[in-house]
Design a protein around this ligand. Structure first.
Ligand code: AMP
Length: 214
């Protein structure tokens, strides 16, 4: 099964993708994670995207489509979860073509609905375990006082993303509404769209996604 998790920054796409990876042996393809890796390892592409990402702008379609193309040619396990991709209509069309070339189909697009005030509160409070990627929130799920991650049991660094600040967040939201939200209509018209309330408790959202995929 191949699915897209669609929603603005902070909607909880990464958190829910991790459940699907664990329980359904799916492969999470997060273009944001791939780009951060390229940036951190200082590749040519990483250098090109660093400023764009820091500002909260979108990286070019060509770059992200190239990243996804490479992954689709590899192991397919229990299917792919596209997380943070596609973000433009051109990327959506390209994904359709790439899946076709691989003899694959897109089985569902899960839209995670959240309001903007909640997004800003979530994003400015979030941090992630550098070891396993578990997401913490200063208000609802603080970093354990002993510094040991509740998910992987390691005492690694808890990192905040460089672009999780108010300025770049505003720009990321603007990019979402201008370029990504039209995909909701695009996939609705194709008949693939399922919408869930992304503001509910994590387990409730998980249940809603399970239902949407059954
Ligand atoms: P994310 O981790 O999904 O929030 O992505 C972080 C940043 O990476 C975004 O603000 C963009 O600058 C860039 N990015 C990630 N995915 C894409 C994409 N599909 N298209 C364009 N830019 C992207």
């Amino acid at each position: 099964m191949n699915i897209i998790l669609l929603g603005p920054p902070g909607a909880g796409k990464g958190t829910q993708a991790r459940f699907l990876v664990e329980e359904r042996n799916m492969i999470q393809l997060s273009t944001g994670d791939m780009l951060r890796e390229a940036k951190d390892s200082g590749t040519e592409m990483g250098k090109i995207v660093a400023d764009v990402m820091a500002r909260g702008d979108l990286v070019t379609d060509e770059i992200v489509i190239g990243l996804i193309r490479e992954k689709l040619e590899g192991d397919k396990a229990g299917g792919f979860i596209f997380d943070g991709f596609p973000r433009t209509l051109a990327q959506a069309d390209a994904l359709g073509d790439l899946l076709k070339e691989e003899g694959e189909t897109l089985d569902a697009v899960v839209e995670m609905q959240v309001d903007d005030t909640a997004l800003v509160a979530r994003i400015t409070a979030r941090s992630t375990c550098a070891g396993c990627g578990e997401v913490y929130n200063d208000n609802t799920k603080p970093i354990p006082a002993d510094g040991v991650c509740t998910s992987c049991g390691e005492a690694k660094e808890f990192k905040r993303r460089a672009d999780d600040n108010e300025d770049s967040l505003k720009q990321r939201l603007m990019e979402y509404y201008k370029k990504t939200s039209p995909l909701i209509g695009y996939y609705y018209a194709k008949g693939d769209l399922k919408s869930v309330d992304g503001l509910a408790d994590i387990d409730v959202v998980k249940g809603a996604i399970d239902n949407a995929l059954s």
